[in-house]
Design a protein around this ligand. Sequence first.
Ligand SMILES: Nc1ncnc2c1ncn2[C@@H]1O[C@H](COP(=O)(O)OP(=O)(O)OP(=O)(O)O)[C@@H](O)[C@H]1O
Length: 627
Amino acid sequence: MALRRLAGQWRVASTGLAAGLAATGLGVGVAYCEDPRGPSFDPEALERGAAALREINKSPYAKKVIELSKQQEITKAQEAKTKQAEFEAYAKQSQVDVEKVRWEEQRKMRQQDAQTKAQLAQYEDELARKRAEFEHNKQRERNAELVQLQLEAGRKQEQEKLAIAAQIEAERQQTEKFKADLEKQVQREKALAEAEGRIKENRENEDVNRRQLQLKLEEDRKRLVEAINSVFSNLGQGAAALLTDRDRLVTSLFWVTALAVGVYSAREGTKVAGKAAERWLGTPKLVRETSRRKFWQRRGGPGEKSIEEVRRDFSDIILPGQLHNHVRALAAVTANTKRHGAPFRHMLFYGPPGTGKTMAAKRLARTSGLDYAIMSGGDVAPLGGGAVTQLHELFDWAEGSRKGLLLFIDEADAFLGQRGANMSEGLRGALNAVLFRTGDQSRDFAVVLATNRPGDLDPAVIDRMDEAMEFDLPGLAEREKILKLYLDQYIVKAGTAEGGAGSSTRIGVLTRMGLFLRGRKGSADVIATRDIDDALIQEAAEATEGFSGRELAKMVASMQAAVYGSRDAVFTPEIMRSVVQVKVREHLQRQAFAQGLHHRIVDVHPNPTQTPSTDEPSRGQTGSGSQ
Ligand SMILES: Nc1ncnc2c1ncn2[C@@H]1O[C@H](COP(=O)(O)OP(=O)(O)OP(=O)(O)O)[C@@H](O)[C@H]1O
């Protein structure tokens, strides 16, 4: 009891002391009066505390009370610490929760962001697609307009061309008519003058002529009467003698019969001999072109050729180096073959059209001193069953050649294709005839087959070929050389007597001068050239990739025609470029047709006078047509 009271007093004392101290030292929280002028010191609490202390001091349990009180305070302090720890743990947990919530919020935000971005991208994509579609439609419209414009331009040019052609035709007809009228008038006047002269002459000699005519008629009459008289008297005497003499009658009958038989045999014999002669001396029907002359036209054979001559012979055939050397070497080999009486070698030339196969074969024959004959495989099929006879005639004729003959068979695949069930009897016979005649090595003829499709040939035919050479489309360097060759022939030498091979180097020299003017007074066909140089020729060669030698030759011939069609007949870079442009378009169109793409390539000619529609060279062309 006493302890409890002491404890109560201790509490009072400690509270009072604390309040008093607080009021004196820090003085705001515990002891303050409610004076509106501010906090003031309250001594009562301190006094109460002091009184309580005094009372405690007096008690015998004072120490214990203090100990107890200390214990209580420690316990409280520990409780407070525990609470603080709990509170801190709670605070940390709350912090973790807050972090969790914040992280969750951020995740949601990010998700939302991503979603928004995806929507935005989709929207932008949609917009881009719509924009592209819009632009595409616009472009299509523009293209359609362009095509329309080009079509109209093409139509206009066609009309202009037609109008010019019609005008030229009308002028030509007018000139022709004028010429014909003039000729008619001259003829009439000439005839009139002649008739008048004759009439005058007759009139003057009328008496003399009449007398001469009368005399002649009188003489003729007398001769006739005498002849009739003598024939009848002879016949009468002969008939009387025959009828009286039996032997003479029999002999006469014998001779008359012998005469009739003789006449008949002579007639038939001549026919047979003619046929035989034609067979040996004439040219077989299958031969389209030959250098072999009839026997009465033959002169001495060509002498041996020097290397320089052989090189010159081949200088206008532009082939890649290796092939060129091969063909030249073959020419030399063939020439030696004939000289030494060795068998000839048969050859196969294959490659795209217009790459110089025929040209090389002819040159090979010429250089090696052989005759040549050209036939086309396409001519065999229409002969049907007669093809075999014709082919045997051809080979007989070839064997009759004194110099040896190079038989060039163009389009060989047309009748020497692989044997199959659908091959006609005629073609099968023709193939067999060729196989039979070429089965053994020949000392009289060499066969050169040319084809664009070597794969179609019968294996037995290929087996008979000793050499096979591929003639490919010309590369850039070859195209440049071919262009120079034909520019030299068709432009530089146009209208002059010069021409032929061996001059291709000249254009190089001339064009390096940059400006070359060539002109002969009085010769309308001579062409002047301006600013045509190597760079321009190279440009044309680059633009004409895929062209064959034939296409290039024709292109240059078109340039010549364009120059002649122009007002001042000067060959300029503009004319050259415009013709190249047109020819490249035509080439592409041909290729498209070949591939079955029948689309129209709109052709816009910058100047109708510079874009000749014909492929053939016009007046003044100096190239050799047979090549
Ligand atoms: N390599 C070339 N060098 C010079 N000119 C060439 C060349 N190739 C072709 N040509 C020109 O093309 C023309 C036709 O050539 P050629 O008749 O020799 O061709 P091809 O290969 O026999 O053609 P195809 O297979 O159509 O019969 C020649 O006359 C010549 O003008």
